[in-house]
Design a protein around this ligand. Sequence first.
Ligand code: SAH
Ligand code: MG
Length: 211
Amino acid sequence: MDPDLLAAARAAEGFMPDDEGLALHDAGLVGGRVGPLLEVGTYCGKSAVYLGAAARAAGSVCFTVDHHRGSEENQAGWAHHDPRIVDPRTGRIDTLGWFRRTIEAAGLEDAVVGVIGDSPTVARYWRTPLGLCFIDGGHAEAVARADYEAWSPWVAPGGLLVFHDVFEDPAAGGQAPFRVWRTAVAEGFVPVSTTGSLRVLRCPEAGRARP
Ligand code: SAH
Ligand code: MG
């Protein structure tokens, strides 16, 4: 990965360890040859720097979808709450400005396209086959499953589906992403690699039925 972009990714706010970010970047290089990359769950843009660097290297782009209001686990009183991301005007989470500054500082505004909105709503109108889809939005079971259902049909044959925060051991973390990952495997996505909690799968040749 480009050293300046790696430094920008490391400096960005967020919860993506470096080894997982580099594995995501490598997946992005592969997926970027198949089609555009799409991330569900932008937060402050840290993982989008790893993916944006890959998109640029592959001559592609990375879309990143978030309503920027935080997941359940980001709200006050939950494990991943950071008071700095609360808008003092409204008391609500607002990570949009953080994302914008992260991508600006990385110099990736040409490679990373922010999409502001609810993930299944955006997916309902999406029609472009993807080289890679990275699912890292809300980790409540219904939310994670809705993201998988909405976006996995758009992964092109030969493209990659990537999940974050997959923990087999309940002591290590929430089980919803693991259960959704198991569904993906049962539905034909082929495990390619695991790095920490990041799991990469290859789309079956037939793909999934599209709406
Ligand atoms: N991928 C980021 C972290 C994402 S955190 C990184 O590694 O740097 C999860 C994000 O998912 C939060 O910012 C939250 O706002 C977003 N999110 C949760 N549910 C969503 C939904 N239904 N639609 C859009 N974004 C959602
Ligand atoms: Mg994550």
